[in-house]
Design a protein around this ligand. Structure first.
Ligand code: NGQ
Ligand code: ZN
Length: 419
């Protein structure tokens, strides 16, 4: 599946007042609760700190969340996303049960908290309830801290069915497997057989070398290779990260029509490695961006760092360009937009962002430099208005409920951290 060439006219239009208007951007990967721990895992806990020691810190934090705090944190996060220009969020949700692993009285309580946060902020959501069954490729039981993530297949399908009753113009229910580590092959098959054919399906894959090595030793193939050998990976799939790919995997994945959800700031923060972007683009691969652990909430920063990672390792400039556009910004924005309908399972065309006319970074802008100037000029927000599904949710760069949402967030998070 090849990405058609980017052209500024498809990405950019002007409002009657002469403001630049760009389509809304989909955030393909979010764990909302992690927003509240941004900046709280940046102290060394071990001389060889890694993704795996970060995960222990994250699990300790996750254990504090309940439906009320999930709602408050997600509402703050989604309001920030809208102010930054994200108009859809794919919420990869696995904190299903109470901290001791027992389902809440309403087993969908945590999902409903996320749905309410999306509804109340006005962001478009694709909720991806996550199936999580085992603690590793060897099928070991969940650890104590992982208990609240777990389901059997039957309970999981029941949750999906309950949640589907909530679908609306701005809410789609998809499905996710946490990772090959966390879902046995037979369970993947059972769920796939029961899923509607058009439900988006996401999975974390090949983010860490340790995971690639375990997969090789226990399944005799690398994660992406194994997935492609054993499942029909096609356009319904979104593979999150897919960081560690061989050249053959890169080509085959690009040809499959699946989408890779790249999360540049989180992948940098966690020391994951660098996605082989240029080779993947050369092979015509489709991709989008996600803010994942939310140590940054900015599509501009994700796109910029996607390009900068490539520049740092190749020692060249302007790498993510395409046959249709010599602009890195246009090529990147086009790529992120083109994958959205497929990865979210929604028509996102009604959603758009109006840029600030007076933003100094856009002084004297022309149609052919607006997008590069927006993406490659730092962190001063240039978003003026955001519209989702026909509703204006951001005005003058501010979410309409910004103050009330932030007040609730401050109160709840101070309480969480005091415990
Ligand atoms: C997650 N996050 O589920 O939140 C994961 C960490 C894991 C990222 N992979 C846990 N970035 O992969 O086991
Ligand atoms: Zn993730």
């Amino acid at each position: 599946m090849s990405t058609p060439p980017a052209s500024p006219s498809a990405l950019l239009s002007q409002t009657p007042q002469g403001r630049w208007r760009v389509p809304g951007i989909a955030n393909l990967h979010s764990h909302a609760f992690q927003r509240a721990m941004a900046g709280l895992a940046e102290r060394q806990t071990h001389p060889e700190d890694s993704f795996w020691t970060w995960r222990e810190t994250m699990y300790r934090f996750a254990a504090r969340m309940d439906p009320d705090s999930t709602y408050a944190v997600a509402a703050q996060l989604y309001a920030e996303m809208l102010e930054a220009g994200y108009t859809t969020v794919c919420e990869f949700h696995y904190l299903h049960h109470a901290p001791d692993g027992k389902p809440y009285a309403d087993p969908a309580a945590m999902s409903r908290a996320l749905i309410a946060a999306a509804r109340d902020t006005g962001i478009r959501m694709t909720l991806l309830p996550v199936l999580y069954m085992t603690g590793g490729f060897d099928g070991r039981a969940l650890s104590v801290r992982q208990q609240r993530f777990g389901h059997d297949v039957e309970g999981f399908l029941r949750l999906l069915q309950t949640l589907r009753a909530e679908e609306s113009g701005l809410l789609r229910i998809g499905c996710a497997f946490h990772s090959l580590r966390a879902v046995p092959e037979a369970a993947m098959r059972e769920v796939l057989a029961a899923l509607p054919a058009d439900a988006p399906l996401h999975i974390h894959i090949a983010e860490q070398i340790g995971e690639v090595q375990d997969c090789l030793s226990l399944r005799g193939a690398r994660p992406v290779e194994w997935l492609q050998q054993n499942f029909e990976v096609d356009s319904r799939w979104t593979l999150v990260h897919a960081t560690h790919l061989t050249p053959v995997e890169t080509k085959q994945l690009a040809a499959s029509g699946a989408i890779v959800a790249i999360c540049p700031t989180t992948e940098a923060n966690l020391g994951d490695g660098l996605f082989p972007l240029r080779a993947y683009l050369d092979a015509g691969g489709a991709w989008g961006i996600g803010s994942d652990s939310h140590i940054s909430v900015s599509p501009v920063e994700e796109l910029r760092w996607l390009e900068y990672g490539q520049r740092l390792v190749t020692r060249h400039r302007n790498i993510a360009v395409s046959a249709g556009s010599s602009s890195a910004g246009e090529t990147l924005l086009h790529g992120a937009l083109a994958s959205a309908p497929q990865a979210t399972g929604q028509d996102t065309t009604p959603d758009f962002v109006v840029l600030e006319t007076d933003a100094p970074v856009l002084a004297g802008a022309h149609a052919d430099d607006v997008i590069d100037r927006w993406i490659f000029s730092g962190n001063r927000p240039a978003v003026h208005e955001v519209h989702v599904g026909g509703q204006r949710v951001v005005t003058d760069g501010r979410h309409l409920e910004r103050d009330a949402i932030a007040r609730r967030y401050r109160q709840i998070v101070a309480g969480l951290l005091a415990d």
